[in-house]
Ligand binder design. Sequence first.
Ligand SMILES: *[C@@H]1O[C@H](CO)[C@@H](O)[C@H](O)[C@H]1NC(C)=O
Length: 477
Amino acid sequence: VAQTDMFTTCGRSSNTNRRRHGHGVTASYGEMCYHDNSLVSASLEALIQHLVPTVDYYPDRSYVFTFLLSSRLFLHPYELMTRVCHLCVEQQRSGDPWGVFQIRFREVAPKLVQLLTEWTETFPYDFRDERMMRCLKDMTHHVARGEEYSWRAMQQMTQRLIKRLSALGQYEEAVSALNAVAMERPASLKSKQASGQRSDVMSACDDPFVLAQQLTHIELDRLSFIGPEEFIQTFARKDPLENHKGFFRKRKTSNLEAYVNWFNRLSYLVATEICMPVKKKHRARIIEFFIDVAQECFNIGNFNSLMAIITGMNMSPVARLRKTWSKVNTDKFEILEHQMDPSSNFSNYRTALRGATQRSETAHSSQEKIVIPFFSLLIKDIYFLNEGCASSLTNGHINFEKLWELAKQVSEFLVWRQVICPFDRDRRILQYLVTTPVFSEDELHLASYESEGPENNMEKDSRRSLRSSLLHRENRS
Ligand SMILES: *[C@@H]1O[C@H](CO)[C@@H](O)[C@H](O)[C@H]1NC(C)=O
């Protein structure tokens, strides 16, 4: 430890030293600590200052991403934006005559535009806050006085942003409409009895490879709408941001949650499809089909669907169907389960994920580029990274090493998110996957007992109480 300390240097931000025209203000920007040329900690003030472009300075891209991503742990994006814009303008003023200020502002304006462009493109959802939009408009007016080129760039940026946000609004409406359809006709026990008529997954699609492709479409669609800040926003729950009214609060992590809901839905869909058929032979065929789908998901690099399918198969209403499972060749399934085995911190999966990531990096086709991580684990890793490490040091500095690490994990996700899904879309299959009704947990248990009767008294009791509560509910509706 003593040795590494030798390489740690603390000093004033180079940014503050550069400010030749400053008079007395430099001291308030605090200090920044570097280790091997990498920023390890600094005061919040210094970090904000470090983001502000000047005539001869522009922050490096990884810093911009990292700080825009994580600063929300400490202050609201709106506050950050106001301060950055204010500093950027005021620093050019520095007591000089108006004419000199204007010339210098004209020089810095393109850099401010560049910073705001990076912001709007990487974190567009920040601008669902009206105050952010207003600030952007104000800056457009400001820039307009300086220079035609920057003004045009601001206009274009704003248009792209509005387009992006409206696509997001449409996506959110579509997802909630689909969810409403899926809820509208809750899978009732009657459909279990009438399952001769109910269409099952294999009548929608009996080719495991095609089904895995359609699952991959859904995964990538939903991933593409998750904002990088949603990972961090989940930790900012307890902070004063919660008091803000308006768009921002409502929408903070909704796309991330919608994606997690999709995982749960897929697990329940798999379990429902297996528990539904009356005939054992039919149930066994569905299990084998899903094993093949899971295998195809693995081959594609779609670990999230793979894990959802395994989870569905391991739910107790499915796992208890001993007679059905005895008809299934489980060799392939055991290999897949081994890949996703949680022991040793999911080491098998992590190895497979690294393999897929390497393949993706050297890929020639978009199919080889696909990496869809097991999302709950990604969230858990980020969560523990946040929990296991303080954001602020005892001297009040922000622990920037932690922020680098958070940004590394989130930017990996951004690379995966970018992939264009190369497979043909099949609307009918997609529709089936996202809207077909699925059993609730209780309904699954009861359907499972209807398929293979209770094996002991506990199961008998359980069936009796499920019957009375579920049938009661059905009669009421
Ligand atoms: C599990 O592995 C990940 C990735 O290597 C790591 O970030 C995390 O801290 C590990 N968790 C535990 C509990 O060891």
